[in-house]
Design a protein around this ligand. Structure first.
Ligand code: GLY
Ligand code: MN
Ligand code: MN
Length: 421
């Protein structure tokens, strides 16, 4: 932050679900990363002003009546005793305290647009300090978005963070294992979703890191299908994109399973093409390469595979040049992964894609999706969607597949589906 700087980092509040009920609380990822404080309506202030408290937490006051309904609150005492705040105050006094906190700072770290009442207050404070300048007051002369620093920090995972992500991946493996054993013709997609939810919670995770996609047959070609209410039929594929969240850290895994237990026909052909592309990218995911390079690689592999099975016709280079493959592969290959499933961190350095470095974690998730009414595709391929997604951590000299224990080769997937609990 540099000297004479103040950062204002607001936490999340409760979000309304219906009438007077709320969604389960999920702390803001930046706030959680910095504080480990998992209660609503808190704000962290970091200050390098001489004599100021370096870390102040504004938190909900203790309230015995409210706590009967919604549970324990650490309050100001707990914020200092258990969360290492140098000082704590009640959230209700934040607005009144802001001027004093900001006064004298040369640089203010604050993300505009997230909490309009804080934005407005800071603008008033800035103006008031400017008008008092003859009396020696000086408003901050630099306003910086704290996310420029924070999101770079979050991009590079520490060993402790990687350990949490390994646990998230292990819980995800168990969830997929249970789902794989459960899949059978006649069940509904939501029954499989329920097995995932059950394991994700039962093993101490926070639940799914994002809405689970459990997409049978042609639903797999709907990229963000989360309705999960259709019946499964023998012979079709079931795409499951589901990962657990563990202490805020996401895993993000897709496997595509044959309903009925055996890959066959056009589904097996598509699966083999996607698997070859995914494995090629996993091998190439090493320090020094870039995410666009991995995407180019999966695109080329997919095009070659589609030519081989007759889903595309023509010349591979020309098809790639004209982006013909995007008809069946319309998303990117990778995204950063961490406290957010689509994690923070810049993807480019200026106009150049950035090189992969130790500590970065990301997904590798090629797929092919052929709509059920896509008349450009041979009929046998219509209504098939396959994605295979793993999570990769880059180390100094190599990489680690965090989700390698979840089978993806066809024979291994089939064996996994037959396995007893
Ligand atoms: N599950 C979201 C994604 O794969 O990006
Ligand atoms: Mn996913
Ligand atoms: Mn993903």
């Amino acid at each position: 932050m540099g000297p004479d700087a103040v950062a204002i980092i607001p936490g999340a509040g409760l979000v309304g679900r219906s009438n007077d009920t709320h969604y389960r609380f999920r702390q803001d990822s930046d706030f959680w990363y910095l504080t480990g404080f998992d209660y609503p309506d808190a704000t962290a202030i970091f200050s390098t002003k001489p004599g100021a408290s370096p870390f102040t937490l504004f938190v909900q006051a203790r309230d015995p009546t409210a706590e009967v309904w919604t549970g324990y609150r650490p309050g100001v005492e707990g914020a200092v005793a258990d969360y290492a705040a140098d000082k704590a105050e009640e959230s209700a006094s934040l607005m009144g305290e802001l001027a004093g906190l900001v006064e004298g700072a040369q640089r203010l770290f604050h993300a505009l647009g997230r909490r309009p009442e804080i934005d407005q207050k800071l603008i008033e404070i800035q103006d008031a300090l400017r008008m008092q300048s003859r009396r020696g007051a000086s408003p901050p002369n630099e306003w910086v978005d704290p996310r420029t620093i924070l999101h770079e920090m979050r991009l590079f995972k520490s060993e402790d963070e990687l350990e949490l992500m390994r646990t998230a991946a292990e819980i995800t493996r168990e969830g997929h294992a249970e789902a794989a054993r459960t899949i059978s013709p006649g069940l509904y997609e939501y029954e499989i979703e329920a097995t995932l939810d059950c394991v994700f919670r039962k093993r101490g995770g926070w639940g799914p890191a994002y809405e689970s996609i459990v997409a049978g047959g042609a639903n797999a070609a709907i990229l963000h299908y989360v309705t999960n209410n259709r019946r499964l039929h023998k012979g079709e594929l079931l795409l499951i994109d589901a990962g657990s969240e563990y202490r805020g850290y996401a895993s993000d895994v897709t496997r595509t399973y044959p309903v009925g237990g055996r890959f066959e026909g056009a589904g097996a052909d598509i699966y083999a093409v996607v698997l070859a592309a995914q494995e090629a990218a996993m091998e190439a995911a090493l320090p020094g390469t870039t995410l666009p390079a991995l995407h180019d690689l999966t695109s080329r592999k997919l095009v070659e595979g589609m030519l081989a099975i007759g889903l595309l016709e023509g010349d591979a280079d020309e098809l790639i040049q004209s982006e013909a493959h995007r008809r069946y592969y319309m998303h990117g290959t990778s995204h950063w992964l961490g406290l957010d499933v689509h994690d923070s961190g810049r993807y480019a350095q200026g106009t150049e894609p950035r090189a992969l470095e130790a500590g970065m974690v990301f997904t590798v998730e090629p797929g092919l999706y052929i709509g059920e009414n896509d008349e450009a595709a041979p009929e046998a391929f219509r209504g098939i969607g396959v994605r295979i997604e793993d999570d990769v951590a880059i180390h100094g000299k190599g990489s680690e597949n965090l989700t390698s224990a979840i089978p993806k080769k066809m024979v291994e997937v089939e064996a996994w589906m037959r396995a007893a609990p």
